[in-house]
Design a protein around this ligand. Structure first.
Ligand SMILES: [Zn+2]
Length: 346
């Protein structure tokens, strides 16, 4: 049994976002942990219908659990965001709000995909000095994708940009604004042609949105039926501003600035990290959205600057989001994630 409290906060550029503070039955015995979702989903992504979610596992360990809805959250009004805006304006304000609410001096964070790229960008730019440990899943500072996805990011993203200024996995079920547009119907046809026999239109269109082919975000054998059904309501619109930035980052092999904002470097990996945060990088070997080598490259980069400090764990049977959503994740991945939050794992 948990209860939620929504804590609004205002970003550095005046946008209204919020945090969900999740209280379990016991009073926390440890400090705050901030969970940061990926693009086009929301804080709720960490609470799938499984016996023990990652939030449950954190509460059982005594952590004080906070979920951040940053500007990409589908619980908030849609906007044309860039990762630079998020790194500069959203995450520092979220961290400061959690510290102010809890009275803690530091916090730990578990960050996923584009929550992870943007949070890591913010950390290396010196904007998150109060975050002492980060567990990062899938990708952080060095995006690597497979051949078809790379081709798609370089060739298809500009074409899609002529047709629409956002992509919405809800279109896979004929839902959402613009679902009836000819361009959207053409994309749905393409998705049907290029993917497996999964019957969930949102699942299929999410694969198309975030990669090439099937099983981009999870190997289907890792999800139970309830979670596979549940994701239909958990994926929404993602703006082309993000895909344009990511296409440039994939081409560069590292995160690069898309927008010239004060205090942010043009190239996030050009200078040593301006943080003492310990990173535990994790990835699934079956990830077809970002290759596990993304995290290998980032661990190598951080350890080059801060030798021996940062770890890497690759889960052989896992993909992208099933690291958190998988039906056996509580058995297979959570023990490592919790251990990595607590102390260095090598
Ligand atoms: Zn599916």
């Amino acid at each position: 049994m948990t209860t939620d409290r929504t804590v609004p906060f205002t970003t550095g550029d005046g946008r209204s976002l919020n945090l969900l503070h999740v209280a379990g039955e016991q009073t926390p015995t440890r400090g705050p942990v901030l969970l940061v979702h990926g693009a086009g989903v929301r804080a709720n992504i960490f609470r799938p219908p499984v016996a023990t979610s990652f939030v449950d596992a954190l509460l059982a360990e005594g952590y004080d659990v906070w979920l951040e809805n940053w500007r990409a959250s589908i619980d908030l009004p849609p906007c044309q965001w860039t990762l630079d805006q998020v790194a500069l304006y959203d995450h520092p304000a979220a961290v400061q709000t959690v510290l102010a609410e809890t009275g803690a001096n530091t916090l730990k964070a578990v960050i996923h995909c584009q929550g992870s790229t943007s949070f890591t960008m913010s950390a290396v730019a010196g904007l998150l000095p109060q975050v002492d440990v980060i567990v990062s899943n899938a990708v952080s500072l060095h995006p690597v994708v497979n051949g078809p996805s790379r081709l798609k990011s370089q060739l298809a993203v500009p074409v899609v940009g002529w047709l629409t200024d956002y992509l919405n996995p809800q279109w896979g079920e004929g839902r959402g604004d613009d679902a009836g547009r000819l361009a959207v119907q053409a994309m749905r046809g393409l998705v049907k042609l290029t993917q497996n026999d999964c019957e969930n239109g949102v699942c299929r269109f999410a694969s198309f949105t975030y990669g090439a082919g099937s099983d981009v975000l999870w190997p289907h054998d890792q999800l139970n039926t309830a979670v596979h059904d549940w994701i239909s309501g958990e994926f929404g619109a993602v703006p082309l501003t993000f895909f344009n930035q990511m296409a440039r980052c994939i081409a560069a092999g590292q995160m690069v600035r898309h927008e010239d904002l004060p205090g942010l470097p043009a190239d996030y990996a050009a200078a040593p990290p301006r943080c003492q945060t310990r990173f535990a990088f994790v990835a699934g070997r079956r990830n077809n959205c970002f290759s596990w080598q993304s995290q290998q490259n980032s661990q190598a980069w951080f350890n080059q600057h801060q030798p021996g400090r940062h770890s890497l764990k690759v889960f052989d049977d896992y993909g992208h989001l099933d690291v958190f959503l998988g039906q056996h994740a509580a058995r297979d991945t959570f023990p490592y994630l919790l251990a990595a939050l607590d102390k260095p794992q090598h």
